[in-house]
Design a protein around this ligand. Structure first.
Ligand code: FSX
Ligand code: SF4
Ligand code: SF4
Length: 306
């Protein structure tokens, strides 16, 4: 698949803006991405326990659009939802890519990893008559990857599948790697689902500058560096002690259940669905990017913080 220079620069411009890299300057960004594209790094995308919302969110990427991301910026070798290949040949290809590009490909994990019953709550396929669990695949592929990007709160922290009583023993990527002595670096890009810019931006950053600086929960500071609350349009109401008791009433949404005080994300400026809206403008922040989402954020529509 060829990309024209004109389109290429357009992509670079969009990507730079999307991930806040515009201060790099387009020419540098173009050069760096061009270099990365020469290798077109292979990506293996595994899906564990989740709702596929992370993939759906990525498909909503606007600048650059998703076809450009999947076909030109990265070389997606395996993705259970979007690939045409199925069954054993698809799995064989996945293991071959991991072998051929050992230490050079990126692993994306979406969804958490069930560990009870030897991981048999989540089967990614069969090979030679044997079930391959998500747990097996994460360990086997994860140890060969250059880096692993945990996309979504489930992969990053366990998320909804790991909510109490967590019958499948669902765990995040970092826990699986730690328990199995896997040293591959992990970047967590949480959100239930994550914003497309957070995912595309993290990929673009990794390709151009290496893995991004992260916070104590391995989240890129670029997107998760400040709280929703500190940047909220309703902050002045909070400071004045004026709290809305119902939607539509003027005031801070704390008493309606807003978790913005303890939630680190840039939704307040990035917004969602191509900047149509975002949670706090007409509802509340439910803290979907935090390590203690779901258990400690529930009940969502009751005050649990502040
Ligand atoms: Fe989890 Fe992905 Fe929430 Fe869903 O599969 S982060 S349940 S939006 O989409 O993993
Ligand atoms: Fe905004 Fe929520 Fe903070 Fe109130 S509690 S100021 S609604 S983020
Ligand atoms: Fe998640 Fe809060 Fe951002 Fe909404 S505003 S997407 S709940 S972090």
């Amino acid at each position: 698949m060829k990309i024209t220079r004109r389109n290429f620069l357009k992509v670079c411009g969009g990507t730079a803006a999307a991930c806040g890299l515009s201060n790099l300057g387009i020419p540098n960004m173009a050069q760096a991405l061009e270099k990365a594209l020469a290798g077109n790094p292979p990506v293996i995308w595994l899906q564990g326990s989740g709702c596929t919302g992370c993939s759906v969110s990525l498909l909503n990427s606007v600048e650059p659009d998703i076809a450009t991301v999947l076909l030109k910026i990265i070389s997606l070798k395996f993705h259970p939802t979007v690939m045409a290949a199925q069954g054993e040949p698809a799995l064989d290809k996945m293991y071959k890519v991991a072998e051929d590009y050992a230490g050079k490909f990126y692993l994306v994990v979406e969804g958490s990893i069930p560990t009870k019953e030897r991981g048999r709550f989540c089967i990614v396929g069969e090979r030679q008559g044997h079930e391959i669990t998500m747990l097996d695949a994460t360990i086997e592929i994860g140890k060969k990857a250059a880096a692993t990007l945990a996309f979504g709160t489930c992969a990053s922290f366990g998320g909804i599948p790991a909510a109490k009583p967590n019958p499948t023993g669902a765990k995040p990527v970092t826990a699986i790697f730690e328990e199995n002595g896997i040293k591959t670096p992990v970047v967590n890009v949480p959100g239930c689902p994550p914003h497309p810019d957070w995912m595309v931006g993290t990929i673009a950053y990794a390709l151009t500058k290496g893995l991004p600086p992260v916070d104590e929960y391995k989240r890129p500071l670029l997107f998760f560096g400040s709280t929703i609350h500190d940047n909220c349009p309703y902050l002045k109401y909070y400071e004045e002690g004026k709290f809305a008791r119902s939607y539509g009433e003027e005031g801070c949404r704390l008493k309606l259940g807003c978790k913005g005080l303890e939630t680190y994300a840039d939704c307040w400026q990035r917004q969602w669905n191509n900047k149509v809206n975002w949670c706090v403008r007409n509802a509340i922040c439910i803290g979907c990017v935090q390590p203690n989402f779901w258990d400690e954020m529930a009940p969502l529509y009751e005050q649990t913080t502040g």
